[in-house]
Design a protein around this ligand. Structure first.
Ligand SMILES: C[S@@+](CC[C@H](N)C(=O)[O-])C[C@H]1O[C@@H](n2cnc3c(N)ncnc32)[C@H](O)[C@@H]1O
Ligand SMILES: [Zn+2]
Length: 282
């Protein structure tokens, strides 16, 4: 277990210090609260029995979908400006796909599933072991849509971010259901703004990732995967030919239209981004 983590956490029951007990548990000297430590990971909450662990790993600036590549670019730009001693918490880090961006920094990965890449397991909306104002940046990449009580989670996070610190959010808008049945919402900018204000935060930046070609390709992929195989054989052949032609046309269209880009949501006429890239501040 990362020992520096101990200086950032408290007993969730009585807010006293937790002590390392033979590397197997953390114990509160005051109220006796015990946190199991398994494979070096303190488990503050149980893993929900219905969750389907996230298996996909797209680790790198040029890997994964256009949306994920836009996430990488957005995050990397922000991290360059962080002071060297900044403390960062990656909430819903999964397999740590973005961890390389934080190499050499005070970076901690949290999830509700004890993936090997994770430093601590906790559902912060339910139990919050971190001391107030502990982090300069909290990152939540593609997580909010998987959290049913998203407002409770954001309220907790608002407490553990230091004044002036930021909460960095990537959240899909036009993306298919994933990690089912653990996919609960798609957020509009108005919801994000309202939930931020309710948590005592303000929106420092609200950008979208706009990519019409990506959306067209996604739809076409869905046609290929879900709408063709149920058809009689002769229709399947025609459908596959049409998909092939449309694919070529989309690629042609991409040559004469703007490529995927990140821009302030408000300066865009287009209300249909692939997702939002948001910076909240305390
Ligand atoms: C789609 S994955 C994204 C993983 C990673 N952030 C990325 O973008 O590659 C969503 C992650 O959020 C985690 N998660 C879901 N609810 C959570 C919660 N309440 N607190 C922390 N993590 C949560 C899931 O276990 C999963 O690892
Ligand atoms: Zn205690």
């Amino acid at each position: 277990m990362k020992l520096e983590l101990l200086s950032l956490i408290n007993c969730p029951e009585c807010q006293n210090n937790l002590q390392n007990y033979k590397g197997e548990a953390l114990r509160c000297g005051n109220c006796g609260y015990v946190v199991k430590v398994v494979d070096g990971i303190p488990l503050f909450t149980d893993v929900p029995s219905t969750i389907e662990p996230w298996q996909k790993v797209d680790r790198g600036s040029d890997l994964g979908t256009a949306w994920r590549r836009s996430n990488w670019k957005f995050l990397q730009n922000l991290v360059t400006d962080l002071p060297a001693d900044a403390k960062i918490l990656d909430v819903g880090a999964g397999h740590g796909d973005f961890a390389d961006i934080f190499k050499g920094r005070n970076y901690y990965a949290l999830d509700i599933v004890p993936y090997p890449e994770v430093d601590v397991v906790a559902d912060l909306g339910k139990i919050n072991p971190f001391k107030d104002n502990s982090f300069d940046m909290v990152v939540m990449m593609n997580v909010l849509e998987h959290v049913y009580e998203s407002r409770e989670l954001l309220n907790s996070i608002a407490k553990i971010v230091a004044p002036g610190g930021s909460i960095v959010i990537a959240v899909p808008f036009l993306l298919k259901v994933h990690q089912a049945p653990f996919d609960f919402s798609r957020f509009t900018p108005y919801f994000l703004e309202k939930m931020a204000a309710e948590a005592g935060l303000y929106v420092a930046s609200l950008q979208g990732y706009f990519d019409t070609q990506y959306l067209l390709n996604e739809s076409l992929g869905n046609v290929w995967q879900y709408s063709i195989s149920s058809q009689p054989r002769n229709k399947q052949v025609t459908a596959k030919m049409l998909v092939y032609i449309i694919q070529k046309l989309i690629n042609l269209l991409a040559c004469v239209t703007q490529k995927g880009f990140i821009d302030e949501y408000k300066s865009q006429q287009n209300p249909a981004p692939v997702g939002y890239l948001v910076i909240l501040r305390k």
